[in-house]
Design a protein around this ligand. Structure first.
Ligand SMILES: Nc1ncnc2c1ncn2[C@@H]1O[C@H](COP(=O)(O)OP(=O)(O)OP(=O)(O)O)[C@@H](O)[C@H]1O
Ligand SMILES: Nc1nc2c(c(=O)[nH]1)N=C(CO)CN2
Length: 187
């Protein structure tokens, strides 16, 4: 098993598999958003070879970026560690989104669940996945929750989240301490 976080894993055949830090951003602004996020965190926690390290507080956030008028979001960030390949993680994220009936009808429209993969260790873009996520460094709904659980976090090519958050407008994000979501298996 693991020699520690973000280290090396030895599988049953003796192969060495690097363990990467993985950061997910989850958002919902359609349906029962708090329960949807809680269930999505459970699905992530049930993913083989993906260990949740921490789940951020929940934030209520105004739409950032383009899109038609729509309800405010609930957002949170999950920090995990995994030996899985980025495209395997993306497949899992898309499968969880589909489980909540996400259909891409209106561009940038409301969504029951959106899971963005912000980073997978030092991995960079390949095939259908952009890494690190190209807009994460300018999004308060990613940086603010992430900072709560990972004060030393960094986005490769952009720097420390503690500094990035100084450059974004945080007036549209509000912590919702009345909504408690944590990983089902203790960490
Ligand atoms: N790092 C990534 N995380 C999640 N999806 C990604 C990533 N890189 C590429 N994609 C692809 O982008 C597609 C479009 O994502 P989606 O429609 O959810 O965009 P969005 O989340 O609304 O906008 P944004 O990309 O600005 O967050 C996904 O289906 C996925 O295949
Ligand atoms: N507040 C907020 N704004 C967004 C969000 C989101 O989750 N929350 N997701 C987006 C596309 O991923 C675009 N804009």
């Amino acid at each position: 098993m693991s020699n520690g976080p973000f280290d090396i894993d030895v599988d049953t055949l003796g192969n060495l598999r690097p363990i990467s830090k993985v950061v997910f951003s989850l958002g919902s602004n359609q349906g029962e958003s708090a329960s949807i996020l809680a269930e999505a965190v459970e699905y992530l926690a049930e993913t083989p070879d993906l260990i949740l390290v921490d789940v951020s507080p929940v934030y209520e956030t105004k739409l950032e970026g383009d899109g038609p008028p729509q309800p405010d979001f609930l957002n949170l960030v999950v920090v995990a560690e995994s030996t899985l390949e980025p495209l395997t993680l993306l497949d899992r994220a898309l499968a969880i989104e589909e489980n909540f009936g996400r259909v891409r009808e209106v561009p940038n429209g409301p969504r029951t669940l959106d899971i963005d993969i912000i980073m997978v260790g030092k991995r960079i873009s390949e095939a259908e996945i952009e890494l690190p996520h190209p807009r994460a460094h300018e999004r308060a709904f990613v940086l603010v929750p992430w900072l709560d659980i990972d004060p030393d976090g960094e986005i490769a090519g952009h720097g420390r989240i503690a500094e990035l958050v100084e450059d974004v407008d945080v007036s549209g994000v509000r912590r919702r301490d009345d909504i408690m979501i944590s990983a089902p298996t203790g960490f």
